[in-house]
Design a protein around this ligand. Structure first.
Ligand code: 13P
Length: 253
């Protein structure tokens, strides 16, 4: 199996100010273990320019947390992929469960956002994951498969070739309840197998990261699994020491 370079991203969600972000970034930049893997931070839209400026001389990328599913026009409040690219973003999170459940992003909308992101040269971090009810009903793999197939059908397989997939079980996000390495690994393997049915080479190269209550205490055992290529980190990414320790736990290439 080809070795993939690990990817760890911090999703700062609706947190931070210019001042707190600046000190968080100083702490992260001072740490340096990101050289072992690709690292990104995803601040709120208005905080992106400051993060890009601070990180421009580093290898740390900046991502947005969402993107419009259309390129331009009368869509008050939206931010386009081209705008994010021009602002210096390399990545964009698409289909986060908070967008799906709180803001009504359907599978079709997520597919259009992936199209918009890749069209503008952004790397989409495509989030998939089941709710607790879906896991309890035994439909985890069906749900994740549906979410992924919608992107493949809507955006095309090519749109995923440079993407990162984030498996984020909804019941593990912000709850302190992490998926066990076995639980996560099962889904990661299923995602790779689904993609391999379309293109085995691409599936072998694609990074599939885990998100949901990752912290320094559990990162290493998750990342040790061969199909878990890093993490999408919420709460723990707001603490430089925690985030650095999680980056340090990422597998080396
Ligand atoms: P937590 O790490 O806070 O559970 O959040 C995970 C997440 O939603 C990352 O996108």
């Amino acid at each position: 199996m080809p070795q993939r370079r690990s990817f760890v991203a911090g999703n700062w969600k609706l947190n931070g100010s210019l001042a707190t972000n600046a000190s968080l970034l100083e702490g992260i930049v001072a740490g340096a273990p990101w050289q072992a893997c690709d690292v990104a931070v995803c601040p709120a839209y208005v905080h992106i320019p400051a993060a890009v400026a601070r990180l421009s001389a580093t290898t740390i990328g900046v991502g947005a947390q969402d993107v419009a599913d259309v390129p331009a026009g009368a869509y008050t409040g939206e931010v386009s992929a081209a705008m994010l690219r021009e602002a210096g973003c390399r990545y964009v999170i698409v289909g986060h469960s908070e967008r799906r459940t709180l803001y009504g992003d359907t599978d079709a909308v997520v597919a259009r956002k992936v199209t918009a992101a890749t069209g503008a040269g952004l790397v989409p971090i495509v989030c998939v994951g089941e709710t607790l009810a879906e896991r309890d009903a035994g439909t985890t793999l069906a749900v994740v498969g549906r979410q992924l197939s919608a992107v493949i059908d809507g955006a095309g397989l090519g749109a995923l070739s440079e993407a990162v997939i984030a498996y984020e079980p909804v019941w593990a996000i912000g709850t302190g309840r992490t998926a066990t390495p076995d639980q996560a690994d099962e889904v990661h393997r299923a995602i790779r197998a689904l993609l391999a049915r379309h293109d085995a080479t691409m599936a072998g190269r694609l990074r599939i990261v885990y998100g949901g209550s990752v912290k320094s205490a559990n990162a290493a055992e998750l990342f040790a699994r061969p199909d878990i290529d890093g993490g999408l980190i919420g709460g723990a990414s707001l603490d430089a020491g925690e985030f650095l320790a999680i980056c340090a736990a990422a597998r080396r290439d």
